[in-house]
Design a protein around this ligand. Structure first.
Ligand code: ATP
Length: 457
């Protein structure tokens, strides 16, 4: 059997030595390197089963940028590389990003020996056992922000919307979707297209909120070569791309008055004229628009044209914020858990009733998107095989909790939460130095350790 090989890269010689002494007892060959610039050379010469990489080299102490660059380069050279990151306390956010970018796991410094050995062994096992599906390119799993191919509608309000959508989707009626950011307007627009007779044709999304006025016409209606300096070729706009299908105009409330007039003409005539051309082209598209703005108020203050509003809102669907439909929280959380458990290959089980209670108490100002990210983070960070409230960072502003306290509902939890936060803050302040943290909090080191264990810190 071949010797298992591990490479550790960290610019702190003490870390290198301590980690090597520990891991050598479990792994055939442990190479250490202080200078990350040597990585290309080392990787060119030896095929490592896992690489333990520091995120913060002295040149770039806190941002982790250098660590990310190296992670990138390692994965460029070998997309199946199993990279585990060493991160300092307080860098959990960075660790989450790194796993999304393709690292297999992370270990916080100062590390627990058993944990470090465990993580490295798991990383190596994944490399060796191609058959379990772990040895796939790590990059393939990264960066997805839109996992929802399913439209979850459990609450009474959402079930009613789903029913309306089933009825109106097969018609060609223009639909306006209203709702706060992250409530699911985009998913609903796709659902409308999926249930329509146009489902085999394109669904084209134009984010009008992100479109500068100068590009509005050419992006939506296209241009001909030479129409302006950068127009090197003829190009169809979004309306033409959506021919026969659905065009989804997101953030329509952000469009200026001049652009509103152009849009209205196109919608009335069902024709677009590419910038620089005088030849109108017929377009056959189903129109779905969305906004988080109050368009009626905008009509009143004359910043949105009433005739355009009437043109786009034949059917109006209002998605309530997540805090007003707690019955959707459980099914959505389970849905995201299934997706991320698979994506990050983490053995995380169900959402416990206790956690669900917490999730329902929180007000989710960022709506479903915030819930999605919270579950993604929790799956990445989970220590055991079940998610607990400690795996979540609930916003602490008074308005963030439904009960108005900023903390979960009962007294014991409030005190524990405060204690946990005080330890976290002190850890951050002292860069994870246990002696200093214990001194600041007036605790013995043992008492501090006991509490850290209790809170999973
Ligand atoms: N009912 C739902 N079922 C499944 N996933 C959902 C649902 N609602 C929202 N999501 C997921 O939540 C995330 C945010 O949803 P989406 O982008 O549709 O929100 P939005 O209202 O269009 O946001 P914005 O106003 O910022 O554009 C997406 O990843 C989406 O997949």
């Amino acid at each position: 059997m071949q010797t298992v090989k591990l490479l550790i890269v960290d610019d702190d010689p003490d870390v290198l030595l301590a980690a090597k002494l520990l891991l050598k007892r479990h792994i055939g060959q442990v190479d250490i390197e202080k200078n990350p610039d040597k990585l290309p050379f080392l990787l060119g010469n030896t095929r490592y089963d896992a690489i333990l990489l520091d995120m913060n080299f002295t040149r770039d102490v806190s941002s982790g940028k250098e660590g990310f660059d190296w992670l990138d380069r390692i994965l460029d050279a070998d997309p199946t590389a199993r990279v585990v990151l060493f991160t300092a306390y307080g860098d959990v956010e960075m660790a989450v990003r790194a796993i999304k970018a393709g690292a297999v796991d992370f270990v916080l410094k100062p590390w627990e020996n058993d944990k470090l050995v465990d993580v490295i062994k798991t990383a190596i096992a994944g490399k060796q056992d191609g058959a379990d599906g772990n040895n796939v390119p790590r990059r393939g799993t990264s960066g997805s922000t839109a996992p929802a191919d399913r439209f979850i509608a459990q609450s009474a309000a959402m079930r009613q919307i789903a029913e309306t959508v089933e009825r109106v989707a097969p018609t060609d009626a223009n639909i306006l979707i209203l709702g706060e950011n992250g409530t699911g307007k985009d998913v609903l627009a796709r659902e409308i297209h999926r249930l329509s007779n146009r489902r085999e044709k394109p669904f084209v999304c134009a984010d009008l909120g992100a479109l500068p006025d100068s590009l509005f016409e050419s992006e939506l209606f296209g241009h001909v070569r030479g129409a302006f300096t950068d127009a090197r070729d003829d190009r169809a706009g979004r309306f033409e791309e959506a021919q026969g299908g659905t065009i989804f105009l997101d953030e329509i409330g952000n469009v200026g008055l001049a652009q509103q007039a152009r849009l209205l003409t196109v919608l009335q005539q069902r024709q677009v004229t590419r910038v620089g051309s005088n030849k109108p082209r017929n377009v056959d598209v189903r129109l779905v628009c969305a906004t988080n703005a109050d368009l009626n108020a905008r009509v009143m203050d004359r910043s949105f044209r009433q005739d355009l509003l009437y043109r786009i809102n034949t059917i109006e669907l209002h998605i309530p914020p997540l805090r007003q439909r707690p019955d959707d929280i459980g099914p959505l959380a389970e849905h995201f858990l299934r997706i991320y458990r698979k994506q990050y290959n983490r053995p995380v089980g169900q959402i416990s009733p206790e956690l669900l209670k917490h999730l329902k108490q929180y007000a989710w100002p960022g709506n479903v998107r915030e819930l999605q990210h919270a579950i993604e983070r929790a799956v990445i960070l989970a220590r055991g095989n079940s998610l607990t409230p400690d795996d979540f960072f609930f916003g602490s502003s008074p308005s963030a909790m439904q009960n108005g306290s900023g903390l979960p509902g009962n007294d014991t939890l409030q005190i524990e939460d405060m204690e946990r936060r005080m330890i976290q803050q002190a850890m951050q302040k002292h860069g994870g130095n246990i002696t200093d943290v214990a001194r600041e909090l007036g605790l013995s080191r043992q008492a501090l350790y006991r509490r850290m264990e209790k809170y999973g810190l």
